[in-house]
Design a protein around this ligand. Sequence first.
Ligand code: GSH
Length: 197
Amino acid sequence: MYKVLGMTATRTFRVLWMMEELGLEYQHLDLQPGSDDMKAVNPTGKVPALVEGDDVVLDSTAIIQYLADKHGGLTYPAGTIERAQQDSFTQFILDEIDAALWSAARNTFVLPKEKRVPQIKETLKWEFTRSLKILEGRIGDNEFLMGDKITVPDIILTQCGGWARVAGFDIPDGKLRDYFKRMIARPAYKRADVLRG
Ligand SMILES: N[C@@H](CCC(=O)N[C@@H](CS)C(=O)NCC(=O)O)C(=O)O
């Protein structure tokens, strides 16, 4: 059985949600980043990790794309133009949305206090808002990023939406906010959300 390692209030949630979307069996170990148990599988101590037999896969995007490919859900097949467009959304969200939120977190509580630059947060919020507008234009009236099929980047973007709310990044009223409401109403999201307690 798959083992998912990492606290739910982190990017680990993406993996738990993907497991639920695909209807897979898994065991969840709610490990803290930086804990000895986490360092035993990932020298950086970062979460999440997926353990499958003797193999370990690190990085939430690598894990959920692997699960999607392996189990044939929430992805277009490799080598298709749709997959290229899907991956383009994934990379945009990582570059523009995840990166802004992560930089804010680093400069709020992750980095040692003397290394933090708190003023950067205003710039990150400005960049975040600018990137959301671009995404909003790309989603248009579609149900999901790729049209009528939920795919990997929808999971990443929606987890980032919740993260943004907690981190005090504004999500203006509009199509994207409606999109987030639709996404978090999905039964699989709700089942994974129960694990957050
Ligand atoms: N790109 C990686 C980032 C992993 C990551 O930075 N995880 C955070 C929690 S969401 C963490 O473990 N932080 C602890 C640290 O940086 O020391 C992924 O998507 O899994």
